[in-house]
Design a protein around this ligand. Structure first.
Ligand code: WTA
Length: 656
């Protein structure tokens, strides 16, 4: 926990508080502390009753469930016996109301092209693509990989998969061909939906070529077909008998595809995420519990109203995009915005320009983006009218109080509440968050658990800490509807990773601090996971990639504090021979990581060393490597158990 202590220094003495404005609270879905507390207590005392009632009132069922909750973590089942469909709940049910001609998705491409799909139009496209899936032989339970840019076709493909019961596995466009092969293999995907490419910072990011490379030489035998959306219009190789154009298939598809009634626990999607060990694992979410979780948390946390234009800037390749661009907002019948490109294209004012033009009311982004905005300067937001905004949110990593204050002042005009939302791929939806109509917000604190969430802080040996003003390991005591069900194809790994260290709890991998009033401040990962710009990587995963370079014998990777990214990647590398050309070795290591994982996992710093600090039992003492990377050279701690303490001096001297 020692590195945790450093990180909290800056927030230990944070005592600024920002109460909700009475005007905001008066109209909020959760509008008083009393209402919140009653909900929370009710959910704790009678979880099945609390969630069961919401499931009936807030979702539409083909067949109501028999029992709201059965079993314990991680074998808990929600809403057993029920039959339901996510696509139906996100689309069809709104067609029966005035919302049918309301904008469901307002999309903007990076070059400036825009497209608005009403619920009716989105339903039409989704039904057609569901027909396409039928025609391609995709059945309920089959896996479909989506490797796509941020274009409406991605949301259409997701909802079409949900409509027919196919389990989608979305791969972020920044991952490499090798990463696609691994994920397709693990998920045994039958179909890949991709595009020629997408736009980012004025350049085309090609996608189809990576899919081709991922399939080369029969590497993914489960994949039968590839559907390609034409986005950029660049040349792609279409393989006869395997590759099909989206527009050709859609031209011939009927638009009358009923949503298939699916079991509540039917697998909705797999999303690969990194952990401490091994390759990324496929976190599996199922139908009804996930849908209820994201429906309620979207409404509670973002205070979504029918007249809002809501914009979450995440990429759908990560869980935030799944839950809070697509499923949560659409289930609520909201208008959700989707943007294809970069925040700094064609200039640093792109986001603020979009907020002004689309009159965005609710804006949800990541601390790493906020820190970049701060660096780019106030003149960019100041050139735009941001008065439409009424609520701001952040997610993905701890927000430093300075960034929080800037967001509150410069973007929110000191008028908008800022909700700091903590959650994970595994939790499906937000678990801890300030509530805009309730919480006295404290910069850097995600604050209180949402109704139905029972967090605890544990000591390293697994004892619950009762007191406040403490730090500990964050765990959750009772299941919630959108909790991870399994890691695809390996339930043992799921049990082992999340439920074995501390029996009876879901262990988050995060350390947290609780203040005198029970607010939680998430400090960061206490395991070997690095959070780079809100993207999760396992150190082992990056090390394995580095080790594939012919120059490398062994490597050890740690995170270090980075002004913009939150954490950067620092790699200590033992090179094959004496490195006579370090630049060449460095270039090869970067190219290798790009090939194995993708450019997003490239180390920021590489230090060549002759040895690593290992204990006599051969374990790398990462604590020392972290301290050197953080430039905390005088607090390395005890090094007496090292096999060769001299190596530490060399590492300190060679710090980059
Ligand atoms: C971190 C993203 C502090 C945390 C939704 C968690 C946060 C990991 C916050 C999950 C927050 C997420 N404050 N840290 N508000 N939100 N994290 O799976 O370390 O990509 O364990 O899910 O991000 O990352 P993931």
């Amino acid at each position: 926990m020692s590195d945790v202590s450093n990180a909290i220094e800056s927030v230990l003495h944070e005592d600024r508080k920002f109460p909700p404005s009475p005007e905001f609270a008066a109209h909020a879905h959760i509008s008083s502390e009393k209402q919140y507390q009653d909900m929370w207590q009710r959910a704790k005392d009678d979880p099945a009753g609390f969630w069961g009632e919401l499931a009936l009132s807030e979702l539409e069922w083909f067949k109501p469930f028999d029992k709201a909750l059965e079993g314990t973590m991680p074998e808990n089942k929600w809403f057993t016996g029920g039959r339901i469909n996510v696509s139906y709940n996100c689309l069809d049910r709104h067609l029966k109301t005035w919302r049918k001609n309301k904008a469901a998705i307002i999309w903007e491409g990076e070059p400036g092209d825009t497209r608005t799909l009403t619920y009716q139009q989105l339903h039409h496209e989704v039904c057609k693509f569901a027909r396409v899936l039928d025609k391609l032989g995709i059945k309920a339970g089959d896996r479909v990989t989506l490797y796509m840019p941020m274009i409406p076709e991605l949301a259409i493909a997701m909802l079409a998969c949900a409509r027919v019961g196919a389990t989608h596995s979305i791969i972020f466009g920044g991952f490499s061909a090798d990463a696609i092969t691994d994920r397709n293999h693990d998920a045994q995907s039958k179909l890949i939906v991709t595009a020629d490419g997408g736009w980012r910072r004025g350049k085309e990011i090609t996608l189809k070529d990576k899919v081709d490379a991922s399939l080369e030489g029969g590497k993914s035998p489960s994949v039968e077909k590839v559907v390609v959306v034409r986005r950029t219009g660049s040349d792609v190789d279409m393989v006869e008998g395997r590759d099909l154009w989206w527009h050709d298939l859609m031209d011939n598809a009927d638009a009358d595809r009923e949503a298939t009634p699916l079991d509540s626990e039917h697998p909705l999607f797999i999303l690969y995420t990194s952990g401490s060990t091994g390759k990324p694992k496929g976190v599996l979410h199922t139908t009804a519990g996930y849908l209820l979780g994201v429906t309620m948390t979207s409404r509670w946390v973002f205070d979504l109203k029918d007249e809002d234009t809501y914009w979450c800037t995440a990429d759908i390749g990560w869980v935030t995009g799944h839950s809070y661009i697509v499923y949560g907002p659409l289930s609520n019948g909201a208008t959700t915005m989707m943007y294809e490109g970069a925040p700094n294209w064609p200039d640093y004012g792109r986001f603020w320009d979009m907020i002004e033009r689309h009159k965005v009311n609710i804006f949800y982004t990541a601390p790493t983006a906020i820190r970049a905005f701060v660096k780019w300067g106030d003149e960019w937001p100041q050139q735009h009218d941001l008065s439409s905004l009424r609520l701001l949110g952040t997610v993905g990593e701890p927000i430093n109080p300075e960034a929080w204050m800037w967001y509150h002042r410069t973007i929110g005009g000191e008028r908008c509440p800022v909700v700091d939302t903590w959650w994970q791929t595994e939790t499906g939806g937000i678990l801890i968050s300030s509530l805009a109509g309730v919480t006295d917000e404290k910069p850097g604190y995600a604050a209180w658990p949402l109704p139905g969430v029972q967090p605890v802080l544990l000591t390293a040996d697994g004892k619950e800490i009762a007191e406040n003003e403490v730090e500990g390991l964050l765990a959750i005591k009772f299941p919630w509807p959108s909790i991870i069900r399994t890691t695809y194809g390996d339930h043992g790994r799921c049990r082992q990773t999340y439920f074995s260290n501390y029996k009876g709890y879901y262990f988050t991998g995060d350390g947290a601090r609780r203040d005198a009033e029970g607010r939680y401040r998430i400090i960061g990962r206490v395991d070997d996971v690095i959070n780079v710009s809100g993207h999760r990587f396992g150190t082992a995963e990056i090390e394995n990639a580095i080790n594939e370079s012919e120059w490398v014998v062994e490597s050890a990777v740690v995170g270090f504090p980075h002004d913009i990214k939150g954490q950067g990647i620092y790699a200590y590398v033992i090179a094959e021979k004496h490195v006579d050309d370090p630049d060449k070795a460095r270039a090869d290591i970067l190219a290798t990581v790009t090939k194995v994982i993708g450019p997003i996992a490239k180390p920021d710093k590489i230090q060549f060393v002759s040895g690593l600090p290992k204990t006599r039992s051969g374990k790398i003492m990462r604590r020392i490597l972290r301290k050197v990377a953080e430039n905390e050279l005088n607090s390395l701690g005890d090094t007496s158990t090292l096999l060769d303490p001299a190596v530490v001096d060399e590492i300190k001297a060679g710090r980059v």
